[in-house]
Write a protein that binds this ligand. Structure first.
Ligand code: ZN
Ligand code: ZN
Length: 123
């Protein structure tokens, strides 16, 4: 699918099961999600704002660790494929193009437990 925007992972202690496991991170223009590869706890984020911004403009204090990651993606604004900065907290998920500053801001929407493993569980 062409609409896959971000697909990456981050190994950390899961807030749900407490096990250090790969957290699978996916984002497309209409949704972003973070899923624990161990227990399947999945958080869904929905888009709120898309704008050109300065780094950290939409970063808020979260209720636990803020993850700052980098992932390659193709920007919908400038069309350049290059590094994007990801900032993921408990209530927000932002993806920012490092080339033009175009930022997708997603807000936490819901959480569920997936029974089926997400692809590439590594278990
Ligand atoms: Zn977990
Ligand atoms: Zn861009």
């Amino acid at each position: 699918m062409q609409d896959r925007f971000i697909f990456t992972g981050y190994r950390t202690t899961c807030y749900k099961c407490g096990v250090e496991a790969e957290q699978v991170i996916k984002a497309v223009p209409y949704q972003a999600q973070v899923a624990c590869s161990h227990c399947g706890a999945t958080r869904i984020f929905i888009p709120r704002i898309e704008d050109v911004s300065k780094p950290g403009s939409y970063t808020r204090i979260g209720c636990y660790d803020l993850w700052n990651l980098e992932s390659g993606a193709t920007c919908r604004n400038c069309g350049v494929t290059g590094p994007h900065d990801l900032s993921i907290g408990c209530s927000h998920f932002t993806v920012r193009c490092r080339n033009c500053g175009f930022t997708h801001f997603y807000k936490f929407n819901l959480e569920y437990m997936a029974q089926c493993p997400i692809e590439e569980t590594g278990q």
